[in-house]
Design a protein around this ligand. Sequence first.
Ligand code: BDP
Length: 598
Amino acid sequence: MLKPLSTDTRELVSLDGLWRFALDSEEVPEPWNGPLAGDREVPVPASYNDLFIDEAVRDHIGWAWYQRDVRVPRGWEGQRVLIRVGAATHNGVVYVDGTKVAEHTGGYTPFDADITDVVEPGARFRLTIGVDNELTKRTLPPGHRVTGADGVDRLTYHHDFFNYAGLARSVTLHSMPREHIADVTVTTGFEGTTGRVAYRIDAIGDAEVRVSLRDADGEVVATGMGAEGLLEVPDVTLWQPGAAYLYELETELVRGDELVDAYPLAVGVRTVEVRGQQFLINGEPFYFTGFGKHEDTPVRGKGHDPAYLVHDFELMRWIGANSFRTSHYPYDEEVLDYADRQGFVVIDETAAVGLNLGVSGGMTARNPPLTFSEEGLGVAMLETHKQHLRELIARDKNHPSVVMWCVANEPASQEVGADEYFAPLIELTRELDPTRPTTVTSWLMSNAENDRVAGLVDVIGINRYFGWYIDNGNLGSAEVRLEQDIRAWLERHDKPVMMTEYGADTLAGLRSLHGSSWSEEYQVDYFDMHHRVFDRFPGFVGEHVWNFADFRTTAGVARVDGNKKGIFTRDRRPKSAAFALRRRWLGLGGRKPGTEEA
Ligand code: BDP
């Protein structure tokens, strides 16, 4: 799915800014039919939950309505006119005046509403977008309503981060010609000094397709005709972790001298491969250092914020991180564009978190049904999950920064039915993108012996909390367990194994002479212990600390004002562990500990 851009043939108008806002509880039955009730306004992009001093907004369950007036530019006569919604969490519906023009499910992927037939260039219309945050057995992530003893409904779910809602990403009015480039797919490779860019253009209409590839100086280095082809790039400069280099693929539809449509795409030439227990980028072993992150900031919630984007990358560079995982959902597209330009490596994850009915808000649930049984999440969830994968890969397939698809985080992979559930998903992922490896992160209760999913994926990602949820305060015992756990995975599977999560809650400023848990000293000791263990295994391919920063969670006994496993606080101040990690990671420089190059 191509991002809206302004090109020689396309235009866009940002609809970001303040919109009128109302909850469904405050509304008339058909809010799109007139101005919204009340005088609330909210910014787009932002989650709405933390904006007001009002629990009704913060804890709202169900539909909320956004509205503004929009004018279609006069010059758009004869063009297709669309509205791109970057994300509506988790269900979205779009109305132009009284007409419904789009509906979408999935809170972290974009969708378009084609409004060509219901608007007039030069005229104004009322745009209303409904956003529903309810989680059910059919949504990803899953969740459900629980009625308390007080008769009040609350949402519960099987993950800890707060269920922020709203229009957290940009909304754009955009135009494109009726005959247009609908999609572009590139895959890249190289042999010796010659780069290869295979491309496929899906076009609407019968105009001719023409492509040219420009280097970073704007020089044309290869050209092609036709909807599919292979471009050869002499003396190619590769896209490398930490040393991004981007070409631009200019795709055009032409009829004689007429330019029908044009769309430019950034292309990084690189390869990704799993060989034995190695993870190779451009044929070189790559060692992941970095984080599981969240889109989470004060006040804005999950609202995309380019200032935090730039600052977070700056902090990651400072600390020596070369990569991150988009835990636990696809991030704003701008994050990936920026990673492409900045040379960060990304593990791109779906919103499939909490496929684990044995966990409730981070705690163990009582007598849950088997997660993948019909009584649990069942076949309906499999269909939802497939749709999420299709949308993620359609959106992110061309990013050189993305080196692996994470199909799910911490499912109940030890339960009966997990293999039957995941086999078709992994197959679908490979069918949609044969060029990137797959992973599913494994939770603490699933180990090399009882796991049923690791055999299906290319890379084994383990989330481990020895020294936190198990052996809290006892790093000696935790070290033994951790070593046994990693050894067992490496012995059972001839696949790369990496740590996709390890972390300890730490209250910034709490110091301890005894290294007691929750203190900054404990977090440092906890990581030292892990790194000692990792370095004993040459087959290990990386370490992603949980989490980059403290983040907001649901209320609960296990969380004090949120999840405090951040290396940075929520406002991005370093804890002591940041300096210790920096020493280690800058020293490693992206290479496996113990290898000659390190
Ligand atoms: C893991 C989850 C992650 C949690 C973390 C924790 O993957 O989302 O935040 O545990 O408990 O199980 O801190």
